[in-house]
Design a protein around this ligand. Sequence first.
Ligand SMILES: Cc1cc2nc3c(=O)[nH]c(=O)nc-3n(C[C@H](O)[C@H](O)[C@H](O)COP(=O)(O)OP(=O)(O)OC[C@H]3O[C@@H](n4cnc5c(N)ncnc54)[C@H](O)[C@@H]3O)c2cc1C
Length: 292
Amino acid sequence: MRIEGDVPLGRLTTIGTGGPARAHARPRSIAELEEALRFAEVEGLEVVVVGLGSNMLAADDGVDALVLRLEGELAAIEIRDDLLVAGGGATNAVCLHRARARGLGGFEFACAIPGTAGGGVRMNAGAYDRDWADVLVRALVATGEGSRWVAPGELGLSYRHSKLRRGEVVARVEYHLEPRSPHEIKQTVKELVARRKATQPTNRRTFGSVFKNPGGELGAGQLIEHCGLKGLRIGGAVISRKHANFIENADGATSGDCIALMVEARRRVREQFGVELKREVVLVGGIELPPI
Ligand SMILES: Cc1cc2nc3c(=O)[nH]c(=O)nc-3n(C[C@H](O)[C@H](O)[C@H](O)COP(=O)(O)OP(=O)(O)OC[C@H]3O[C@@H](n4cnc5c(N)ncnc54)[C@H](O)[C@@H]3O)c2cc1C
């Protein structure tokens, strides 16, 4: 396994922003992953795993960390009876495709979540009233000390949250699925994808939801929209006209532009509604939203 330097995070994130990582490796097996984690420990480097980078915003001046992407057997998928076993780097799209081919349903909700198994666990990603906690049986979590299977209870999965810390890497997952005809699965996915396309900027560079829904009557997107912020542009970043809880990279955006939009949206929503929006997107490289 090669450890490289200077790989721009902008190439690894769906929004397309972010400066270089101090070090970058693509482990292909548990042994290589554990070796990379030990290397980081010895070098005193923070570890950042990037799945598809679909809910991540990285500092423009770079990330002083070992950035890992899981490949090879760490992205492979196997089906055993009603159990889908996937590497932490396996994409949701391929997991869903394999499940459908074997007549296993229950993962259709993930059809419009452009991430990996590991990112799904870390974020407890979800849509249409289902999330990772509904399908996850257990996850193999690797650290510099070795790997162990962890049950969902211990992972503390709640709304877009898990207790996983940086440096704890989901190397493999097991999903429990239910028999369902491939035709029915295909129909459900078609309907869900059509709903998505109608309401979200799926053909633009974004990092998914900017803020978590605050739990009241109005979602984060509606609150931002009611503040008249759709279409607000700072630098190359724009609050989506299709869904105000998305920021689009319209033209050469930086992470700084995105942060500036987040600060403005959060300020205006607090002023107008008294609601303090909390971010959903993961920030890496020492950037943070300033206190409100
Ligand atoms: C168009 C669009 C639509 C979206 N719709 C939804 C939606 O409906 N619901 C939803 O919940 N999300 C949605 N998202 C956000 C995103 O797709 C999910 O959060 C997804 O689960 C992130 O997965 P990822 O592999 O890309 O993680 P990344 O974005 O790469 O990383 C996110 C976090 O997970 C960590 N991580 C990644 N892999 C691992 C691993 N193997 N082990 C440990 N930690 C890991 C990262 O370090 C980081 O902290 C959307 C995003 C986009 C761009």
